[in-house]
Design a protein around this ligand. Structure first.
Ligand SMILES: Nc1ncnc2c1ncn2[C@@H]1O[C@H](COP(=O)(O)OP(=O)(O)OP(=O)(O)O)[C@@H](O)[C@H]1O
Ligand SMILES: [Mg+2]
Length: 249
């Protein structure tokens, strides 16, 4: 991943589940250090697209390159190596319910780093503080709100300070102020640390803020791709309409 000018590249990716074809010949690339937002209506394959980037779902056809390396068909060891350089925030947070918040955030550090306990504790404290949740290490996921769980998921995704962060609807279900704070945090990572962001969002104002480039999925195809200004002037009326929506599409 390091040094490659392209963080993520999809080449002619197809994916079906049974008779349902979700992605049809999807190709795009995410430049290293860019903010890339994936938009589209519910059920168009946004989550499937990002899950393929971490090898949780395999495409039927096509290549998926992460930092220049094709991850399709990689074995567990190869995937683990690639995942060490990626943070992933799942759409539904996916915290481990039986682990405390602190243990959740520490999980990737224990698994993939050689940090000692003191270092892990310090890193966990710092990441929770970064998402505005200082001091809740001892709580269980069931004891905090949905929005807080989402932010804990983000802290966990940031634990290894990955050069590539994938976030599936990081601000959905959050109040507007917190959602805005998450946007600011993501922007900060991109601008100050050069983190590449791939963000699935339904929120157009948020996509405008974070996204250098937006990609709109529609019925399994990449209908449009470009800067927010380019999409606003798209030849497709649907794309223009989509860009006018203020969220919740
Ligand atoms: N593991 C799976 N097995 C079978 N079908 C799946 C699987 N994962 C996703 N699908 C189907 O693929 C389609 C796309 O799903 P996906 O979760 O990517 O949608 P999405 O664009 O993320 O939608 P939303 O905005 O609601 O999150 C849906 O019809 C879904 O039911
Ligand atoms: Mg989804």
């Amino acid at each position: 991943m390091s040094g490659d000018p392209v963080a993520v590249r999809f080449e002619h990716v197809w994916k079906s589940f049974g008779s349902l074809t979700v992605l049809r010949d999807v190709s795009f690339e995410v430049p290293a250090g860019a903010g890339f937002c994936i938009l589209g209506r519910s059920g168009t394959g946004k989550s499937v697209t990002v899950k393929q980037m971490i090898g949780l779902i395999q495409p039927d056809r096509g290549r998926i390159l992460i930092g220049g390396e094709d991850i399709v068909g990689l074995d567990a060891e190869g995937l683990a190596r690639v995942r060490m350089r990626m943070g992933f925030l799942f759409q539904y947070s996916a915290l481990f319910d039986s682990l405390t918040v602190g243990e959740n955030v520490a999980f990737p550090l224990r698994r993939h780093s050689r940090f000692g306990e003191d270092e892990i504790r310090e890193r966990v404290r710092g990441k929770l503080e970064r998402v505005g949740l200082a001091g809740i290490e001892e709580k269980l996921p069931s004891e905090i709100s949905g929005g807080m769980r989402k932010r804990v998921g983000l802290a966990r995704a940031l634990a290894l300070e990955p050069p590539l962060l994938l976030a599936d609807e990081p601000s959905s279900g959050l109040d507007p102020v917190t959602a805005r704070e998450i946007d600011e945090l993501l922007l900060d990572l991109k601008l100050k640390e050069g983190t590449t962001l791939v963000v699935v969002t339904h929120n157009i104002p948020s996509a405008r803020r974070i996204g250098d480039e937006l990609a709109l999925l529609h019925q399994g195809r990449l209908l449009a791709r470009g800067t927010p200004a380019e999409l606003e002037q798209s030849e497709h009326e649907m794309v223009r309409e989509f860009m006018k929506a203020e969220g919740g599409v």
